[in-house]
Design a protein around this ligand. Structure first.
Ligand code: AMP
Ligand code: GLY
Length: 421
C-alpha cells in the first residue's frame, strides 16, 4: 500500500520512520518533507494547504490513505475535502478540529460536560475586561482564541500587563482572531495524554512530557517544545482513570452529539495537581516533539493502526508499547523563538548512528547540492530509547555534539524532573 504523510517537521519524520517499518508499505510520500524524510520517503513539493494539487497527486500515484501531521490543514478542512474524493484521511474533520482551533469552542464543551479546566471568560472586545481582571488573582493567563503556533498564550504576573496583552490581541496581533480568553492560572505539573479514536471507540495512545521553555531549568519564552520524554510518570493509574472519565469520554461524547465524531489522534494537554487532572488545551494531532518519543516506543505496526481506524475497528486491535523510556532533545537555531536566523549548513549528520534505539529526526532542514541546510527554527531532534532516561539523554547529547553547525542550540537538561529525583 502507498501512503502520504503531510508535514515537514520532526513529527512527520518520525511518522515516516515508523511507517517504513511496516511490512505492508509499498511507498511513503512526504508532502513536502525535509532533508531527513527524504531518506525514508519520497518528498513531494506541494503546499500543504493546496488541497486540489494534493488530491491530484494522490490520484495519480495510487495513494488511498493520508496521514496529516500538523493542525493547520485539518483545521482548514483537508479531511472533508479529500474524503469527498474517496481518500481516507487519518485525522479529524474541520468541525471536530474546532477543539484546537477555537479555545472558546472547547471551553463551552468543558462547561456543558463539567470537564475540569481553568475558570475563564471569552471576550471579543475590550468591554468589561478591566472589571473582570480586577477580581482575579495573579498570575492571569491570556490566550488568543485562534491558532497562534504556541505563541498566543501569556502568563501575566501583573494585572496591567494582562490588560495590555488583551488589547494587543484585540487590536489584531494574531491574524487568526481578535477574540481572546482570560483564564485562571493552574498550578501543578504538565503532562500530555494521547488517545486514538476511529469515531466509534477510542484507545490509549501514550503519555509524554514536553519542555516548552527555551532555557534550561524551564526558563525563558515558550517555544513549540525543546524536548520531551515518554512515558510521563505523573500519570498514575488513578490519574489516568480520571483523565478518561472526566475529560476524554465526555469530550468524545460531546463531539458525537454535535455530529462530528473525532477520528485521529487527540492530544490532551493537562495540568495535574494532587492527583487531579485539569485540561489546559486540546490538540487534534500528535505533538511535536512528543510524537518522536511515542514513535520510538510504539511496537505495533502504525499502518495497521491507521487501517483499523479507517475500518472503525480499533476496538479489535491491541496497541503495544515498549516498557523502555524514550527521550528527544530538540536542536534549534540560536535566537529561536524570537529572532529569525539565516540559512546555515549542517555537517556531519551522516556520522550519527541510526537504528531503532537512537535516531536523528529532522525538522526544518532542506537539501541543496547534496548538502544539508536549515533556515532556522527547530531543526533536529536527537531521540533515544533506553531502560534508563539518563543514559538515553546522554545518547541524545552525544548525537547532537557530533553535529557540526554553527547556529546549534539545545538544552542539556531535558527530563530533569525525573532524572534528578
Ligand atoms: P496552550 O497553547 O494553551 O497549550 O498553552 C501553552 C502553555 O501555557 C501550556 O503548555 C502551559 O504551560 C501554559 N498554560 C496555558 N494555560 C494555562 C493555565 N490556565 N494555567 C497555567 N499554565 C497555562
Ligand atoms: N509540543 C507541543 C505541541 O505539539 O503542541
Amino acid at each position: 500500500m502507498n501512503i502520504a504523510v503531510i508535514g515537514s517537521g520532526g513529527r512527520e519524520h518520525s511518522i515516516c520512520f515508523k511507517l517504513k517499518q511496516s511490512k505492508h508499505i509499498n511507498k511513503i510520500f512526504c508532502i513536502p518533507g525535509n532533508a531527513g524524510t527524504n531518506k525514508v520517503a519520497e518528498n513531494i513539493n506541494i503546499d500543504i494547504l493546496d488541497f486540489k494539487n494534493i488530491s491530484n497527486f494522490l490520484k495519480n500515484n495510487n495513494i488511498k490513505v493520508v496521514f496529516v501531521g500538523p493542525e493547520i490543514p485539518l483545521v482548514n478542512g483537508i479531511k472533508d475535502y479529500l474524503e469527498k474524493k474517496s481518500f481516507f484521511v487519518f485525522g479529524p474533520s474541520k468541525a471536530a478540529s474546532r477543539l484546537e482551533k477555537s479555545k472558546s469552542f472547547t471551553k463551552k464543551l468543558c462547561k456543558k460536560y463539567k470537564i475540569p479546566t481553568a475558570q475563564y471568560k471569552s471576550f471579543s472586545s475590550m468591554k468589561g475586561v478591566r472589571d473582570y481582571i480586577k477580581n482575579m488573582n495573579t498570575p492571569i493567563v491570556i490566550k488568543a482564541d485562534g491558532l497562534a503556533s504556541g505563541k498566543g498564550v501569556y502568563i501575566c504576573n501583573n494585572k496591567n500587563i494582562a490588560f495590555k496583552k488583551c488589547k494587543e490581541i484585540n487590536e489584531g496581533k494574531f491574524k487568526s482572531s481578535r477574540k481572546f480568553v482570560i483564564e485562571e492560572f493552574l498550578s501543578g505539573e504538565e503532562a500530555s495524554y494521547f488517545i486514538l479514536s476511529d469515531g466509534k471507540n477510542y484507545k490509549f495512545f501514550g503519555t509524554a512530557q514536553d519542555h516548552k521553555r527555551i532555557g534550561e531549568g524551564d526558563t525563558g519564552p515558550n517555544t513549540g517544545g525543546m524536548g520531551a520524554y515518554s512515558p510521563s510518570n505523573i500519570i498514575t493509574n488513578k490519574v489516568e482513570e480520571k483523565i478518561k472519565k472526566e475529560i476524554i469520554e465526555p469530550t468524545l461524547k460531546g463531539l458525537k452529539i454535535l455530529g462530528c465524531p473525532f477520528v485521529g489522534i487527540l492530544y490532551a494537554g493537562l495540568i495535574i495537581k494532587d492527583n487531579q487532572p485539569k485540561l489546559i488545551e486540546y490538540n487534534i494531532r500528535l505533538g511535536d516533539p512528543e510524537c518522536q518519543v511515542l514513535m520510538m516506543r510504539l511496537k505495533t505496526d502504525l499502518l495497521k493502526i491507521i487501517i483499523a481506524c479507517k475500518k472503525k475497528q480499533i476496538n479489535k486491535l491491541a496497541i503495544k508499547w515498549s516498557n523502555k523510556k524514550a527521550i528527544t532533545i530538540v536542536a534549534s537555531s540560536k535566537g529561536y523563538p524570537s529572532k529569525q536566523s539565516k540559512v546555515s549548513e549542517i555537517k556531519n549528520t551522516n556520522k550519527i548512528l541510526l537504528n531503532n534505539n537512537q535516531y536523528l529526526f529532522h525538522a526544518s532542514t532542506f537539501n541543496k547540492n547534496n548538502r544539508i541546510f536549515t533556515s532556522g527554527g527547530r531543526v533536529l531532534n536527537a531521540t533515544a530509547v533506553n531502560k534508563n532516561l539518563r543514559s538515553g539523554r546522554n545518547t541524545c547529547i552525544d548525537m547532537l555534539k557530533k553535529i557540526n553547525w554553527k547556529d546549534k542550540y539545545f538544552r542539556k537538561d531535558i527530563g530533569w524532573r525525573v532524572i534528578n529525583s
